[in-house]
Design a protein around this ligand. Structure first.
Ligand SMILES: C[S@@+](CC[C@H](N)C(=O)[O-])C[C@H]1O[C@@H](n2cnc3c(N)ncnc32)[C@H](O)[C@@H]1O
Length: 207
């Protein structure tokens, strides 16, 4: 009961605040404008990527997220930005779209939270056209042993507070294990961000 109330009323605002720091907004600017054609945003959340879409390159956007509350926040942001988005209120493990229908999959700060990313990536692959790309930007496991030690220690509690978010996932390995080819990969600690949550991986991958 308390958990349900927390997830409905507090968590959406908490995620929106934590995911809109200046360094994270700067990361979005590097990735989101590359989206083209028919776009599927996985874990659209409160819609923090919406202002960064390059409208002239977009044919259609689907925003998928299992949280009705977050989709409602994203809907308002889309309206304010005059961007039409079709919302799919569901997890990425089951995407109600035809196979081979998507040109760009955008996924930011969400592979950390999807309970079984391999299942989700299989389904994502199904809806991607043969020449489609995944644009990703995620936080994950750090390159320093001492930071990883703390990531592993804090992860169970972190997940409880932040809707199932994991701070220690190996993002490139998750993509490659699911059969994606990483074409571009950048990584660094974000400035002004605690190192346990600040190591970012971003780039693009194809099937
Ligand atoms: C940290 S938030 C990031 C939101 C947004 N992508 C951003 O960049 O601000 C993680 C998001 O993953 C979503 N999520 C959780 N489980 C999911 C699943 N199985 N499939 C897709 N999204 C999921 C959550 O509802 C939440 O919106």
């Amino acid at each position: 009961m308390i958990k349900a109330a927390y997830e409905k009323f507090l968590l959406p605002k908490l995620l929106d605040t934590c995911c809109s720091t200046k360094p994270i907004q700067y990361q979005r600017k590097k990735i989101v404008p590359q989206a083209k054609g028919t776009v599927l945003e996985i874990g659209v959340g409160s819609g923090l990527n919406i202002p960064f879409y390059e409208k002239k390159d977009i044919h259609k956007i689907y925003g998928l997220d299992p949280s009705e509350e977050l989709c409602e926040m994203a809907r308002k942001t889309a309206e304010n930005n005059q961007l039409k988005i079709d919302f799919l209120i569901n997890g990425a493990e089951e995407i109600e779209l035809p196979s081979n229908s998507i040109d760009t999959v955008l996924i930011t700060y969400t592979l950390c939270t999807i309970p079984n990313p391999n299942d989700a990536l299989k389904e994502i692959k199904r809806v991607m056209r043969s020449d489609a790309r995944i644009l990703f930007c995620e936080h994950g496991t750090a390159p320093d042993k001492n930071i990883v030690k703390w990531q592993n220690r804090i992860n169970p509690l972190w997940g409880k507070l932040f809707g199932g978010c994991n701070i220690n996932r190996d993002i490139p390995n998750i993509l490659v294990s699911a059969g994606f080819k990483i074409k571009n990969l950048d990584q660094m600690y974000l400035p002004s961000t605690p190192k346990i949550v600040g190591y970012n991986y971003w780039g693009n991958a194809s099937t």
